[in-house]
Design a binder for this molecule. Sequence first.
Ligand SMILES: Cc1ncc(COP(=O)(O)O)c(C=O)c1O
Length: 419
Amino acid sequence: MQNTLAFAQELDKNDPLRNYKSQFHIPTSPDSMPQIYFCGNSLGLQPKNTQKYITEALEKWQREGVRGWHEGDDWISYLKYLKEPLAKIVGAKSSEVTVMNNLTVNLHLMLVSFYQPTKTKYKVLMEGGAFPSDQYALETHLKFRGIDPKEGLLEIFPRAGEHTLHTEDILEIIEANKDSLALVMLGGINYYTGQLFDLKTITETAQNLGITVGFDLAHVIGNVPLQLHDWGVDFAVWCTYKYLNAGMGGISGVFVHEKHHDKNLQRLAGWWGYDEESRFEMKPGFKPMTGADGWQISTANILPMACLRASLEIFDEVGMDKIRQKSEQLTGFLIFVLEEFSQKNGDILNIITPKNFAERGSQVSMLVEKNGKKLFEKLMQNGIIGDWREPNVIRLSPIPLYNSYEEVWLVGEALGNSC
Ligand SMILES: Cc1ncc(COP(=O)(O)O)c(C=O)c1O
């Protein structure tokens, strides 16, 4: 690699995804300068076709009112636009995925079904420093079940002086606690470090010991290809407002493995999960739809679903393999540029995201011991939008669908100018 404009432009010229940027709205600064947006790990950008699908739904509502649920391109079956493309993204059967609520709500709903503690087997393994909402969800969920979170939650932390976890340490803690663990519940990619866990191996190890496995895939979906069905993962939840570009607070997705569909698991139910054929007969006694759809509770949220439909159209066209391929090169180039800057400036940056590509997605997190906030603000002043996580981490996520190698090269330029 070379940290030069010519090298970056050559990569852009050969990039099969280079034209997709024009399908997104790129934010501008207050003085209307286009920005370099490396924040798709927080809120993905708006696809230009989002407005079309939202307008379509609004106009149908204007024209048809309540008839819209059942007539023409009816809202009742709107899930049909979402299930197949989502199933491809997570490596699942279409019957194993559904779309509903928001992520943390869905995590609670999955815990109702999949966390079945007994007197001896009641612990939940999670990563220390998991996203706060996951921590709060598990803490309160355990309390609700009458289990003291101090007793029931087992957190795994990096080794002393390190920032990320070793797979062997995760497997070891699972093995050591096999008799008391009921559930392994990890974020697929840690939001702070950007570390991608070995989900296949963790699932295999835990399940061989009779432990249920679920993942929060907020930072994985649309970022890294998955094979949830083949890996045998029990359940997963994700949001759609990051890499999936489905808008602020966008609707969440859920995966429930086929092996659980006929088990009559505990669940909190509502009418939207009721057998579709007879839902409107309004009879007492809950009879779930088969598959993940049976976990739906409330009336479909058509407007957020329309946003998701727009975004999935692009993912379906491109496919996760091409996205992952570019992501590897793009983040590899970013790390190269950052390291060169760091070396020239007294090793000012400590990149904590694993350098090994198999252990990261699109996000690169760097720890800046001194003047981190100043460096971050300099990036912002140069129109480079990343985010800052307390106490001293800058996160930058170049996104294959709308970022270029030249933009990554400009990070080095902006940082170079700032010292
Ligand atoms: C890993 C992770 N879990 C949970 C959440 C919270 O999701 P929601 O607010 O949609 O419930 C987020 C939000 O960014 C997240 O990154």
